[in-house]
Design a protein around this ligand. Sequence first.
Ligand code: NDP
Length: 247
Amino acid sequence: MPKKLEGKIALVTGGSRGIGAAIAKSLAADGASVAITYAKDSGSASAVVKAIEGNGGKAIAIQADSIDAAAITDAVTKAAETLGGLDILVNNAGTAIPKAFEEATLEELDRVLDINVRGVFIATQAALKHIKEGGRIIMIGSCVGERMMTPGLAAYAATKGAVKMFSQGLSREVGGRGITVNTVQPGPIDTDLNPASGDWAVPQKALTALNRFGTVNEVAALVAFLAGPEAAYITGANMTIDGGTNA
Ligand code: NDP
């Protein structure tokens, strides 16, 4: 029996570690050929490619910092040319610089905006040159794109709110071509960006209904569902996966 993403080609930005790496592996396990981008850590990127290949899948890693417009468009072109097209884009690359808003420098504000919003616009525009009927665009937003429970993340939350509305708006533009656009909004997920141990983790865990951090595989499973054929009628939706943080 063919796997549900057999013959599909996916690009996951920021796919070398954390949530993006789990998404890349999950889409590959469902049969997709997968390209990942990364900014700096080529070792982690090749480990993801090797893990996918070790399971009989096909993957490539492309160095492309999401702050660099030309690098992003080149990465989309390279992914499509090398793998033979593009069906699924997962805009996962993102960053946070937690601090009081009044203390953030212009450079820090620009960095968060450029990676989390501008990079998503650029990757999506480039990908839409290739994505056809049945295509999927999935944003990794955040539960703080809808509700806010802690200080220190005002600018980050604004970028994730922007991603959510971009996704809803775009769903209206590409729906006629059979392309769906959705946002997955994680709560606290144990990664290098947001480790489940340490002072910063304690209040986040306490704010969940389930009293724990989520895992990267739990987020990847939702993304794989949205990428698959069963999710064909879901578009313009924001799916929060946050252990009840926003309940
Ligand atoms: P990590 O920092 O653990 O991993 C980030 C990944 O993205 C790495 O592969 C990294 O590659 C890559 N990356 C980072 N910066 C860039 C860049 N400028 N250009 C291209 N790739 C880049 O992050 P998470 O897995 O935790 O987060 C992934 C996404 O999920 C982000 O959008 C984040 O905002 C969102 N999210 C995370 C939550 C959490 O609790 N972890 C909660 C809600 C949302 P490299 O090593 O080369 O830099």
